[in-house]
Design a protein around this ligand. Structure first.
Ligand SMILES: *Cc1c(COP(=O)(O)O)cnc(C)c1O
Length: 962
């Protein structure tokens, strides 16, 4: 690859200096604190010399922010934005500017983490609660989750749910022949390793005889037809199978809901509620279920509970279903989902309200009916006379001529075998409809046809039930009100725009503003994922370079950009391993070794590909116990498929034995899956592909600056060595040179779109462009320095649990407050909540070691912020000492009552042993710049016992809305 980048302004190219927190002078001081002579010396003490990268990372010259944005403009100009009428699950939509500016482009929303600490997350939890309410109302079901990755994977999750929950214990699943093709493809991927058989057919004809545990129906179907699904659903129920309906949310404002038709589960995409298509994503998928299925629902669910004062407070509910607790027995492997996009979709509904959404739906339907009338007039037959926003036209031999004229009008149609599909959306104008007619060979005027158009929704399927009756969907109709509502919610939350978020394993680094700019440009935002490849030349240039850079960084030979989370990357990587063994005539290899310290997604992903998880012990140092590994490898030698290992380990240490571990596994025919979530400790210093790993995922939302969005989006591309490259995920849309044509072994797809959440790849791309190899390497070194600085400063107060033989930690460290529980009764929860009073987000709690805190500062935090954090931790240690010394019991201490709120400072009946000021403004914290969390400590047990996951409809509003 030729480096196309010629920086012109040397002085301005120092983006790396702004990305990295500590100044050169701070770095010198910090090196002294940790007792290292230089950064190089510190690296030599941290990483085993056997894995060090020999040549410096060279990715070309660094561009300044200005230059990088100019380059992005140039790439964007290579994409051609046609009007998309392709449909197939992706629609044009109008993102209200007030939501774009104040949510999508607002770091208070996009830099937040998954709301595991509910007290500092009430704003986004409320927005997600609104999302769930919206989904429950539109779907006519009882419980919805707070988003899944895309419609196709949501369908696969629903299939798995049906298999767990249905009475019918068969291994077959029915799929409507009229589901979106990418959904069918993802279902095939998911079903095959688990030995499930897909029966694809016409529900009206083929379902009766099928012996299945569940069935998936599309509503309206992929060609646009609106069918009555009640008979098919009844037929599924008669055999003890669960009925799943993939439904379009906008259509549901006019059509009877899946719940009303009898469905057990509804899934789909919330993309058309204001989220740009983005050449595939990110968007939020949804899933809703009947009450009886709620404990099997995958993904995160926001529930209502109470806080320490008995006031309502949101938090994540039923977490015991999830991978971090249930591991290989979890309901799914999902971790990162699509929170930011779910928030946008919920605000779109708050902005429009039920009448606004209905009006949009009516207008889209009206235009479609007019389009249909014109097409009939031009002599074309429609595949179905009952439709919402999509019609499919029989065009026979005239297809190519019509498509050519459509291209000349800058229209993309859905091209079928002798058919053309036309899907309208809220952006469609009468002029678009007239352009379609011209493509079909007729010069008709919209106004002339309008009178002859008739509604095409079947009378018996019209929606009669109210939806979005809760006040939140009525109270924010002016922009002023909505702006203030969004501001109110974001003010309740603590994101990176307020303070360091030292979450171990999550890499909460800077998401620079420049990195966030291009993704909302129409040339990146408004492309349909199945638009002709020639219209996406800018995107494909970006993909090719990004893949090359990621290969250079990791030492792998090929990259797939398809998986849209780390967990999906694991799934794709394990599928590749599985495909490789099968192609070598060893399909029986199905044992996956996973150390006890692994992230919960690892075992959950292994079980999704039908592998048997065998746990490998860790030794006292926290390293993989090589003797145990050797024993397990020998025991399972014949059936060994893979080891999944995180490096540096989840304990935050570079283990010396990594090469040896890889060799042992290889010598028994196994493959090495190296979880690359901790790549932030390696970029520029060591490459997994060089020291024995075969495949890794990279969390672009950790190491490569995609913001966490409060729990998504993310991207989890995988890198593989050459022998696994043929087994990277393919896609029916076939847009990738590596997977086009001759790839008989390609597995997958694993995502609805060929390049996953393509639009946010722009973020990682510019980051690398502005950092270059030198900047990235420096970032890694500072990430390691920052972690060692914290380890050094805190060790005397909270002992650091694991270090390497030379006393160094990698890019994160675990501190161990467990002994203090014996001496004072203070729990890790108390410390986490007390940190909120000091203005901080807690570190990662109880992962990977129960009762401990894992701290990851990243390179972006300055020395001043690290000091502020360490001071807070040390002050908390002093507060614990006061309990140890008997000043008061833990139950009476500020630690147990943390976090403190305005209700505490204003409490006239204050009767605690400590003063209100001591509770609210602990040592050294600013009174002026205090972050007030809106609720006291949230009661998790109460919330799970009294599960409330959507706003109860308010009768008064229900009537008012009629
Ligand atoms: C974050 C993480 C994952 C999962 O990544 P998601 O994108 O959240 O699915 C897997 N392994 C480790 C070690 C992680 O830290």
């Amino acid at each position: 690859m030729n480096a196309p980048f010629k920086p012109t302004n040397e002085a301005a190219t120092n983006f790396a200096r702004r990305h990295i927190g500590p100044s050169p002078r701070d770095i010198a001081a910090m090196l002294e604190t940790v007792g290292a002579k230089s950064l190089d010396a510190l690296m030599a003490e941290t990483l085993p010399s056997s894995i060090r990268q020999k040549t410096p990372l060279d990715l070309g010259l660094a561009l300044s922010e200005t230059e990088a944005l100019a380059h992005m403009r140039e790439l964007a100009s290579q994409n051609q934005v046609f009007t998309s009428l392709i449909g197939q699950g992706y629609s044009g939509t109008i993102l209200p500017a007030v939501i774009q500016r104040n949510i999508l482009e607002n770091p208070a929303w996009y830099t937040a983490y998954t709301p595991y600490q509910p007290e500092i997350s009430q704003g986004r939890l409320e927005a997600l609660f609104n999302f769930q309410t919206m989904i429950c109302d539109l779907a006519g079901l009882d419980v919805a989750n707070a988003s899944l990755l895309d419609e196709a994977t949501a369908a696969a999750e629903a299939m798995a749910l049906a298999e767990r929950a249905a009475q019918a214990k068969t291994k077959s699943f029915f799929v409507d022949a009229e589901v979106h093709p990418q959904t069918l493809a993802v279902l095939r991927t998911r079903a095959e390793p688990l030995g499930w058989n897909l029966i694809v057919g016409d529900p009206a004809v083929d379902l009766e005889r099928a012996d299945v545990f569940g069935g998936l129906l599309q509503y309206p179907d992929t060609s646009g037809a609106v069918r009555d699904l009640k008979p098919a659903i009844a037929s599924l129920h008669a055999k003890g199978a669960l009925a799943i309906v993939a439904a379009d949310l906008l259509a549901l404002t006019l059509l009877a809901s899946p719940g009303e038709l009898g469905a057990d589960i509804a899934i789909g995409s919330a993309q058309r509620f204001g989220v740009p298509m983005g050449y595939g994503g990110p968007h939020a998928a949804y899933m809703a279920v009947r009450d009886a299925l709620k404990r099997s629902l995958p993904g995160r669910i926001v529930g209502l509970s109470v806080d320490s004062r008995g006031e309502p407070a949101y938090r994540l509910a039923l977490q015991t279903r999830e991978q971090h607790i249930r591991r290989e027995k979890a309901t799914s492997n999902i971790c990162t989902a699509q929170v930011l996009l779910a928030v946008i979709a919920s605000m779109y509904a708050v902005y429009h309200g039920p009448e606004g959404l209905t009006e949009i739906a009516r207008r889209v339907h009206r235009r479609t009916a007019v389009l249909a009338a014109g097409l009939r007039k031009l002599g074309f037959a429609l595949k179905s006379e009952a439709f919402f926003d999509t019609v499919t036209v029989d065009v026979g031999g005239r297809r190519d001529e019509i498509v050519a004229r459509a291209f000349a009008e800058k229209l993309n149609l859905r091209i079928g075998e002798g058919t053309l599909g036309i899907a309208l959306d809220e952006t469609t104008t009468p002029a678009t409809v007239e352009a379609v007619w011209r493509a079909f060979g007729g010069a008709l005027a919209y106004a002339d046809i309008e009178a002859s158009a008739r509604e095409a929704l079947p009378a018996e399927l019209k929606r009669a039930s109210a939806f979005l009756t809760h006040p939140v969907f009525h109270a924010h109709r002016s922009e002023t009100e909505l702006l203030r509502y969004m501001r109110k919610l974001s003010d309740r939350d603590l994101a990176l725009d307020r303070a360091m978020i030292p979450l171990g394993s999550c890499t909460m680094k800077l998401n620079a503003t420049s990195e966030m700019i291009p993704l909302t440009w129409p040339e990146f935002g408004n492309l349909h994922p199945f638009a002709p490849r020639a219209q996406a030349a800018g995107y494909h240039a970006l993909f090719a370079r990004l893949e090359q850079w990621l290969c250079d960084i990791t030492g792998y030979d090929a990259i797939s950009l398809q998986p849209n989370s780390g967990a999906q990357g694991e799934y794709a990587g394990l599928l590749a391993i599985r495909g490789y063994h099968a192609a070598r005539g060893e399909p029986h290899r199905n044992v996956c070794l996973i150390p006890s310290s692994a992230h919960g997604t690892n075992p959950a992903s292994a079980s999704m590909v039908g592998m048997t998880v065998v746990v490998v012990a860790c030794d006292k140092r926290g390293d993989v116990d090589v003797n145990d590994l050797r024993a397990k490898v020998e025991q399972h030698s014949k059936n060994l498929a893979a080891v999944m290992i995180t490096y540096p380990s989840t304990h935050g240490v570079f283990e010396e034995h990594i090469r040896e571990i890889c060799d042992i596994v290889h010598s028994h025919g196994g493959q090495v899956y190296l979880d690359g979530a901790n790549m932030n400790a390696q970029v520029g210093l060591s490459r997994p592909g060089d020291y024995g790993a075969d495949v890794s995922h990279l969390n672009l939302h950790k190491t490569f600056c995609i913001p966490h969005g409060g729990g998504g989006p993310g991207m989890g591309p995988i890198g593989v060595k050459a022998h696994l490259a043929p087994f990277l995920p393919g896609h029916p849309a076939n847009c990738h040179p590596a997977t086009e044509g001759a790839t008989p072994h390609a597995v997958g797809p694993v995502s609805a779109a060929p390049f996953g959440s393509a639009s946010i790849l722009t973020i990682s791309y510019i980051y690398i462009l502005m950092m270059s190899g030198d900047g990235l390497t420096r970032a890694t070194e500072i990430a390691i320095l920052n972690a060692n600085y914290i380890a050094t400063k805190l060790d005397a107060h909270f002992p650091v649990l694991y270090r390497n033989a030379r006393g160094r930690v990698a890019h994160e460290c675990i501190v161990d407050p467990r002994p203090l529980k014996n001496s004072s009764g203070v729990t890790v929860d108390d410390i986490a909540k007390r940190l909120i009073d000091y203005g901080f987000h807690a570190p990662t709690m109880s992962f990977p070691v129960p009762g401990t805190l894992m701290i990851e500062p990243t390179e972006s935090e300055s020395k001043a912020e690290l000091d502020r954090f360490c001071d807070a931790m040390i002050a908390i240690r002093r507060e614990i000492a006061e309990i140890e010394q008997g000043r008061w019991k833990v139950e009476a201490s500020p630690l147990r009552h943390a976090p403190h709120t305005v209700h505490d400072i204003a409490d006239d009946a204050w009767s605690r042993a400590y003063s209100r000021a001591e509770g609210c403004f602990p040592a050294g914290t600013s009174r002026t710049d205090k972050y007030w969390c809106p609720v006291g400590r949230v009661d998790n047990v109460y919330g799970d016992r009294n599960l409330v996951c959507s706003c109860p409809p308010v009768e008064a509003y229900a009537q008012a809305a009629e």
